[in-house]
Design a binder for this molecule. Sequence first.
Ligand code: ATP
Ligand code: MG
Length: 393
Amino acid sequence: MTFHSFLIKYAEIGLKGKNRYLFEDALVRQMEFALAKVEGQFKVRKEQGRIYVDCLSEYDYDETVEALQRVFGIAGICPVVVLEDEGFEKLGQDIVKYLRDLYGEFDKSFKVHARRGRKNYPMTSMELNAELGGVILNAFAACHVDVHEPQVLLCVEIREKIYVYSETIPGPGGMPVGTNGKAMLLLSGGIDSPVAGYMISKRGVQIDAVYFHAPPYTSERAKQKVVDLAKLVAKYSGPIRLHVVNFTDIQLYIYEKCPHDELTIIMRRYMMKIAEHFAKENNCLGLITGESIGQVASQTMHSLAATNEVCTLPVYRPVIGFDKQDIVDIALKINTYETSILPFEDCCTIFVAKHPVTKPNIKVIKRSETHLEEKIDQLMEEAISTTEIINIE
Ligand code: ATP
Ligand code: MG
């Protein structure tokens, strides 16, 4: 069966009042961006409060639907058959053919929902509902009408041409990326941070990312894993500028000068500072991490407070109240899990103490950090100036 068009249903952005067109335009842009990677020629257009994707050439149906299912802001995707207006009798025949192609011997309960976008059509919507219902009942012995809870709602829209659809494929929901500013994701090779990036992006936020690596303690493959994760997140969020910071000298310096049980916390505070530097440089309005309360020593309430204390931008932690399994479920859904569990060390796991503090005291931490005064500013500057930027498409 060939569908000529897709009708896009959107949920929340329909509620945005006067700014609605901004959201619609952002949605159109994101759809165009997603479809650019699909083979075939498409035209995305707005018409009377609707968004359509017209398929202008041969195309791969599954690939097209999959691409649209990654565009935030889409609530549902309806594959549409477009018919020429050649009179009622031909319309009835075409609709019977449509149902037969789609459902085989059509044996479901149904309701016809006709609408007229132009009022010069010779029948009213009510007449169309009744007459088309009659044609369908005549064509398929085993079907019946149910106006309250039909299994199939057959929509027939009379416009310049006639649009017929009856299926809605669920979209990802959320808001179109680009409608809510930008944030900097601290992206590690773990399970949690790609999920965190996905969740914030789903609210319409554009994403850049920063990864701290520590060669030779962490391998090229660990870095490649993060690049691969960024690519997977970018399938939803659109392009990501990934900052790869060489963190080795800072880590070694902290290791040399500070109590080992405070290492992780102090290291994380410097990560946040550097992430914030790049956030501000890239007009980001906040930071994003994959932290979840109590998951590890560095994510107790005390540790989170100590990490947070160095930040001036808001830090968004969308999985903060999630159990690990909840996060894993999303990672599986968005296809990052397989990559996240590859076994390469990330820089945190190399320098962790046997017994890290779980209730760090900020005053004590700050006192320890005074041991870093001699070189830390210079090391931070070096780390920032040698940062590699990878543009993830
Ligand atoms: P994840 O599964 O996201 O790696 P995690 O459970 O391993 O998280 P931590 O290592 O404590 O937890 O990291 C907490 C958060 O800090 C991560 O979710 C991520 O946002 C950030 N982070 C940790 N390590 C790095 C790193 N090497 N580069 C960038 N961000 C990092
Ligand atoms: Mg990690």
